[in-house]
Ligand binder design. Structure first.
Ligand SMILES: N[C@@H](CCC(=O)N[C@@H](CS)C(=O)NCC(=O)O)C(=O)O
Length: 209
C-alpha cells in the first residue's frame, strides 16, 4: 500500500497508544487522530469495536488496512517510511535483533509485568512465555547496558517502544528504576518528538477531565 495513503491513529491519551503517537511524531509523517475518551468507555462502544473488537488502543487505519497490536503497528509504520531510518532494512545485520527486541516487549515484558502487577503466582519458568521475571528483566538490562540505545549506536523504533513502555512501568513501580534504565530513559527524554507527544496528550486529557 502506498505510504501516501491517509494514516489514522485511534488514540486515548496517556495509554499504550501514546507510544504509537510518539512513533508517528518521530517518523515526522502526516497522520490524523481519532481521539477517544477512555474514562467514558468510548473504546468499548460499537463504533470502535468495528475497528478493534478487543476494544483496545492503539489501532491504526492505513487506506483499507486496519492494524491493531502496538508491536505490529511499530513494525508496519517504521517499515512504511524507510526514509526516516527507524527500521533496519531486511538485509541489515541489525534487522534480526530489532525484531527480537520488538517482540520481546509484547511476548515477555508485558506478560511478566501483568503477572507482577496482579501479584499472581507465575507459571513454572519452563512453561511461562517469559521464564521468570528476574531473568526477563536481567536480559533486558544487560542489553540496555551496552547502550546508548537498545541496538547500540543506532536509534530505532524499538527505542520508541521501549522508552514508552519503561516510562510508565517504572512510574507505576512495576519495574525498578535501575541505573541502566534510568540512564536510558534520560537519553530518550531530550527528544523533541517526546515533548510534542506529551503536549498533545496533556491537551487531550485536559479536555476529558
Ligand atoms: N495487546 C494490546 C494491548 C493494548 C492495551 O492493553 N491497551 C489498553 C490501553 S493502555 C486499552 O485499550 N484498554 C482499554 C480497555 O481494555 O477497555 C497491544 O499491545 O496493543
Amino acid at each position: 500500500m502506498a505510504s501516501d495513503e491517509q494514516i489514522t491513529l485511534y488514540h486515548c491519551p496517556n495509554t499504550r497508544s501514546s507510544g504509537s503517537l510518539l512513533l508517528l511524531e518521530e517518523l515526522g509523517v502526516p497522520y490524523s487522530l481519532h481521539v477517544m475518551n477512555m474514562k467514558a468507555g468510548e473504546q468499548r462502544e460499537p463504533a470502535y469495536l468495528g475497528i478493534n473488537p478487543m476494544g483496545k488502543v492503539p489501532a491504526i487505519r492505513h487506506g483499507e488496512a486496519v492494524i491493531t497490536e502496538q508491536v505490529a503497528i511499530f513494525i508496519y509504520l517504521a517499515d512504511l517510511f524507510p526514509e526516516a531510518g527507524l527500521a533496519p532494512a531486511l538485509n541489515d545485520p541489525l534487522r534480526g535483533p530489532y525484531l527480537r527486541w520488538l517482540v520481546y516487549y509484547a511476548a515477555n515484558f508485558e506478560p511478566a509485568l501483568v503477572d507482577r502487577a496482579m501479584k499472581r503466582e507465575p507459571a513454572p519458568a519452563a512453561m511461562s512465555p517469559y521464564g521468570d521475571y528476574d531473568s526477563m528483566l536481567k536480559t533486558l538490562v544487560t542489553q540496555l547496558s551496552k547502550g546508548p540505545y537498545l541496538l547500540g549506536e543506532r536509534f530505532t523504533a524499538a527505542d520508541v517502544l521501549w522508552g514508552s513502555g519503561l516510562t510508565w512501568t517504572t512510574m507505576f513501580k512495576l519495574v525498578p528504576e535501575l541505573p541502566e534504565i534510568k540512564a536510558y530513559l534520560e537519553r530518550l527524554s531530550v527528544r523533541p518528538a517526546l515533548a510534542r507527544t506529551r503536549a498533545k496528550d496533556a491537551e487531550f486529557a485536559a479536555a476529558y477531565s
